[in-house]
Write a protein that binds this ligand. Structure first.
Ligand SMILES: Nc1nc2c(ncn2[C@@H]2O[C@H](COP(=O)(O)OP(=O)(O)O)[C@@H](O)[C@H]2O)c(=O)[nH]1
Ligand SMILES: [Mg+2]
Length: 316
């Protein structure tokens, strides 16, 4: 058996080292990752993918911690992918998450991994989706993806997850105003965490007013759940509402529809990634891009003809 084949069977046997190694390969976009994912993909589609997004410090990790407890009590296997926008090695938040989740990390029924974002481009890195497939194939029942809700990430998470929780805290009225437009389609459930703080009622009213402004195309009415994650309060209600939403997804046929959308997006993302890498590899030498940029700045050339010229070289 070669190395990659061993790694693949390690994933199916839920070996932590094999899983960790495979996710690293995916992050590095290696040829091995491609082999692993091709073998793993047919065994996916069983896990519940739970997205949780919100501002830094809103209590996402604390909520995740509580949710792990609930799912583990039901005998479910839980994996967490924590996406940190800063460096995964220097981010203080991640260190805090690690310490908090340490108790769980000793439990073989949970797997916790932090991952970097795509960097300046923002959004979920393609490796995050790959990691979710690897964990799904390892037969984790629930995969929780925690992302910081800044711009593109929260839109991406809604496209990837079966259920998306948007976490807010009292006193964030201005923030929901700016989220206004997309908020309904992004959040399936809205969590007002830190409900021990002042301004909960006002927050709830503002959010409720926003949610009643529009109706969702799937007919689901997003619920608002108040929690105090620190005191484990409201978590049972959150869990019940997650179940109510997944039941709705099945009943209404929306799960199938969303799955089709997700796969469509996945195909486009992969194609985009491979095409760009292919074009850059095949047609450009070191320094070419920089030279083009200089010519464009000097108005000797325009970006439109440069792109046409590059594509022509590969027959497009
Ligand atoms: N007062 C209060 N503090 C909380 C609550 N939930 C979490 N926190 C605290 O808020 C801080 C940030 O929590 P964390 O889970 O790391 O937030 P994240 O950045 O969204 O993952 C931590 O100090 C938590 O202990 C809550 O319900 N009430
Ligand atoms: Mg966190």
């Amino acid at each position: 058996m070669d190395k990659t084949t061993r790694l693949i069977s390690g994933i199916f046997n839920r070996e932590v080292r094999a899983i960790a190694r495979a996710i690293t390969e995916a992050e590095n976009r290696t040829p091995e990752a491609s082999v692993i994912l091709k073998n793993v993909f047919p065994h996916t589609g069983h896990a519940l993918i739970l997205g949780i997004t919100g501002a830094p410090g809103s209590g996402k990790s604390t909520l995740v911690d509580r949710l792990i407890e609930i799912y583990r009590k039901q005998g479910q296997l839980v994996a967490v992918l924590a996406i940190d926008p800063t460096s995964p090695f220097t981010g203080g938040a991640i260190l805090g998450d690690r310490i908090r989740m340490q108790a769980h990390s000793l439990d073989p029924g949970t797997y916790i991994r932090s991952m970097a974002t795509r960097g300046h481009l923002g959004g979920l890195s393609p490796a995050t989706v790959d990691a979710a497939y690897i964990l799904d194939a390892a037969r984790f029942d629930v995969i929780i993806i925690e992302t910081v809700g800044v711009g593109q990430d929260e839109v991406d998470i809604a496209k990837t997850a079966d259920v998306t929780l948007v976490v807010l805290v009292p006193g964030m009225g201005d923030d929901i105003q700016t989220m206004k437009a997309g908020i309904m389609e992004i959040g399936d459930l809205f969590v007002i965490n830190k409900a021990d703080r002042e301004g909960v009622l006002r927050m709830e009213q503002e959010l409720h007013a926003l949610l009643t402004l529009t109706t969702r195309s799937d007919g689901w009415e997003p619920k608002i759940i108040k929690t105090i994650a620190l005191q484990n309060s409201g978590l049972a209600e959150l869990y019940e509402n997650i179940n109510a939403y997944t039941a709705f997804l099945e009943r209404s046929g929306q799960r199938k529809r969303r799955h089709a959308e997700t796969m469509n997006q996945r195909l486009i993302d992969l194609l985009q990634e491979k095409l760009l890498a292919g074009v850059l590899n095949k047609t450009l030498q070191d320094g070419d891009l920089k030279r083009y940029v200089e010519q464009i700045i000097a108005r000797e050339r325009d970006p439109y003809s440069v792109v046409d010229e590059i594509l022509k070289r590969i027959g497009l």
